[in-house]
Write a protein that binds this ligand. Structure first.
Ligand SMILES: C[S@@+](CC[C@H](N)C(=O)[O-])C[C@H]1O[C@@H](n2cnc3c(N)ncnc32)[C@H](O)[C@@H]1O
Length: 355
């Protein structure tokens, strides 16, 4: 992968066509019929008109589609994504061109050159909440400082796996010269490694925003000298062997569905075999491979196999030192009812060594 890379952002849509308008006088049901026929609509007047239409689309889909099982939820989300992304909003000079709109700093940061264009309303909603997270920061129980997740970068919303990793690091007695964090995201695992005394962490990610965001937030601080970043797949340019390799991979196999192209959540068939093959070369003889995973795919029956178990059973490269698990905190009563599968969810910390 080249060192030249561009930030990932929703594509700006040129303002070059006459569009249907949705404002407080428009008929939502008629508008939704248009959306179902693939006709885009422009939100006009107040920002809240966009929210109203989004709610109407949700109500419409709830009435027409089941949304209980894991698979049904996926199909529902795909339908929602298709309709809602046809709802557009105008951006002019880094501001939303409607009344009572939130001010979203990403519009200036991500589109410095683009003055006048359209964006899908749900993308703007995403940017708005991302801007809040970025500005306010997020407290992580195992870290001293808040993290400030950059737009489009994965960040943890539940912390069980981080606690599991932290407890393991507390007892870790091996050398702490260097580690590799594959798929650094918002940097939480790298920060944990530094907190526990690792002198140098090499970190990669295939998401450019993860790398851009961490470069920006670490600036010239001491942390920036301890964590070396590369926009790259797997181990990228980092060829030197380390005593620890850490990977919190995506947890769900990609299955060609519309919403399965998020590389933080869904993995391609080749990801794990490629990872283990490369890790074999990058791990010091006494080193440890630490992989965070979850039984999510198995309990939802999205997948019958477990990529780490498979690697161990196949043999030849790594053997299991131990696997620690921790039950994910029960969801609230309401979500538990809708998502039965959540109740047996566990996060896993796999510790592997050279065979
Ligand atoms: C589940 S997130 C974990 C992020 C972070 N390490 C954490 O624990 O919060 C997985 C991350 O791996 C990245 N990723 C996916 N495939 C990758 C690959 N082949 N090489 C490097 N990073 C990858 C994703 O972009 C995402 O940031």
């Amino acid at each position: 992968m080249s060192t030249e890379f561009k930030v990932k952002r929703p594509s700006p849509i040129p303002v070059d066509q006459e569009l249907e308008i949705f404002n407080r006088y428009a008929d939502a049901k008629e508008t939704i019929k248009g959306l179902e026929a693939g006709i885009p609509v422009l939100v006009n007047g107040f920002y809240s008109n966009g929210m109203t239409l989004i709610r109407e689309v949700q109500t419409h889909l709830r009435k027409t589609m089941p949304n209980k099982t894991f698979q049904e939820q996926r199909a529902y989300r795909a339908a929602y994504r298709k309709l809602s992304n046809l709802i557009l909003i105008e951006v002019d000079h880094h501001k939303l061109k409607v009344k009572k709109a939130p001010s979203i700093g990403w519009l200036a940061k991500l589109y410095p050159e683009n003055k006048h264009f359209l964006l899908p309303f749900p993308q703007v909603q995403g940017m708005n909440s991302s801007w809040q997270w970025y500005q306010n920061g997020l407290m992580i129980p195992v870290l001293r400082n808040k993290i400030h997740p950059y737009y489009g970068t994965y960040f943890p919303t539940r912390f069980d796996h981080l606690i599991l990793f932290d407890n393991w690091l507390k007892r870790y007695e091996g050398a702490k010269k260097s580690a590799i964090d594959v798929g650094v995201g918002s940097g939480v695992l790298s920060f944990q490694l530094v907190k526990h005394g690792f002198q140098k962490v090499f970190a990669t990610d295939t998401n450019p925003n993860a790398i851009i965001g961490l470069k920006e937030s670490m600036g010239e601080t001491k942390m920036s000298r301890k964590i070396e970043l590369a926009y790259a797949s797997l181990f990228g340019p980092f060829e030197k062997q380390t005593e620890l390799i850490v990977f919190n991979p995506p947890w769900i196999p990609q299955d060609g569905e519309l919403d399965s192209n998020d590389e933080a959540i869904y993995y391609k068939e080749t990801l794990f075999p490629d990872f283990f093959e490369a890790a074999k070369k990058r791990l010091l003889p006494d080193g440890k491979l630490v992989i965070i995973f979850s039984n999510l795919s198995q309990i939802t029956e999205v997948s019958k196999t477990h990529p780490i178990q498979e690697e161990i059973e196949k043999g030849g490269r790594f053997h299991l030192e131990k696997c620690l698990t921790r039950a994910v905190k029960a969801a609230s009563e309401k979500t538990k009812r809708d998502q039965n599968w959540r109740s047996s969810e566990e996060v896993e910390l796999w510790i592997l060594k050279h065979q």
